[in-house]
Design a protein around this ligand. Structure first.
Ligand code: DAH
Length: 327
């Protein structure tokens, strides 16, 4: 019987040591130490022993029981700890792992210029207006005091579409559309895409963007035009910016001027402007004896190129991220 107990001890300790599963470990506890377990079964044979042998066997049985219990307990703790460690390992967020890269988008330099321009004019009380890119000859030229045989049309050759339509050559057409549908006082700012039959080079594009400015009211004078444009350009390019007006000609303004800013030591032409020609006011049914106004227009690309020192207009269109990431 002592041999049996010794063997039970050995087998149980080995079995406990080689299990790595908590459920199995509990089955081993039942198997060896449970009420119907192997230890109980061996002890059931105690009755057959001689009386003097019983104490020794009894105390050996207790030692075996304690040792197996201790082994069970230790193994249980080890397995529980391993289980927790494995869980932590599996659930841990590895902050050193490379993340999913989602690059931030940004505003295109052309839209950046338009946004700033609109901000400035909205701040001056202007309303944003837009018009179609496919225009009629009337809105693009005729109503802007530029009849069919007018030499100013030469500079604005465009793409003609079936049915007498054309791609607008400037945003000035929005002036007419807006005035036809609204009564003075008018203060609008009209950004948009325009088209010319131009050969593409570093400073020309057949498709580009303009912003148009129009103010109509009673008693508007050339000084209002000058003050507005100067304020705008200084907010755009800087407070101390020198601005000069040069006489010029546009069919839809009288008198007309071109505006230069001093930039990096040189005078740079940045926009055209003038007092709205009475013929334009008549075309939309306004009485030029009552209303006067001023208008101005400029190219968005030109502004972006001056502001950001961009050497070639085509960089603004070819979506090269090495270029665009700089803004
Ligand atoms: N529409 C002219 C152009 O495309 C720019 C311009 C000049 C607009 C004078 C105006 C203006 O409103 O008054 O060249």
């Amino acid at each position: 019987m002592q041999e049996q107990l010794k063997e039970l001890n050995q087998v149980a300790v080995n079995a406990i040591a080689s299990t790595d599963n908590l459920d199995e470990l509990d089955k081993l506890r039942v198997k060896y130490l449970g009420k119907k377990g192997e230890l109980s079964q061996i002890l059931r044979g105690m009755g057959k022993l001689a009386a003097q042998e019983r104490p020794a066997v009894g105390s050996q049985a207790n030692v075996v029981k304690e040792e197996v219990q201790q082994n069970l307990e230790q193994r249980k703790q080890a397995l529980q700890q391993a289980k927790i460690a494995a869980q932590i390992e599996a659930e841990t967020l590895d902050v050193t792992m490379p993340g999913v890269n989602r690059p931030l988008g940004r505003v295109h330099p052309l839209n950046g210029v338009v946004d700033r321009v609109l901000d400035i004019f909205v701040g001056l009380g202007y309303t944003v207006a837009t018009g179609p890119q496919i225009e009629t000859d009337y809105y693009n030229f005729e109503a802007l005091n530029t009849p069919k045989d007018h030499p100013a049309r030469d500079m604005q050759d465009t793409f003609y579409l079936p049915g007498g339509n054309l791609l607008r050559t400037h945003t000035s057409s929005v002036q007419i559309r807006y005035m036809e549908n609204n009564e003075p006082p008018i203060r609008i700012i009209a950004p948009g895409r325009v088209y010319r039959r131009d050969t593409v080079d570093a400073t020309h594009s057949a498709v580009f963007n303009q912003v148009e400015i129009l103010a109509i009211d009673q008693g508007l004078k050339f000084t209002d035009l000058k003050g507005t444009i100067k304020e705008f350009l200084q907010r755009m390019f800087g407070d101390e910016l020198p601005v000069q007006f040069r006489t010029s000609y546009f069919p839809f303004t009288e008198p007309s001027a071109e505006v230069d800013v001093q930039w990096k030591g040189k005078w740079l032409e940045v926009m055209g402007c003038g007092m709205v020609d009475p013929n334009v006011l008549k075309a939309v049914g306004y009485d030029p004896e009552i209303y006067t106004g001023f208008a101005a227009g400029f190219g968005v690309e030109r502004f972006a190129m001056v502001l950001h020192q961009i050497d070639d207009i085509r960089r603004l269109y070819n979506s090269d991220l090495r270029f665009l990431n700089q803004f």
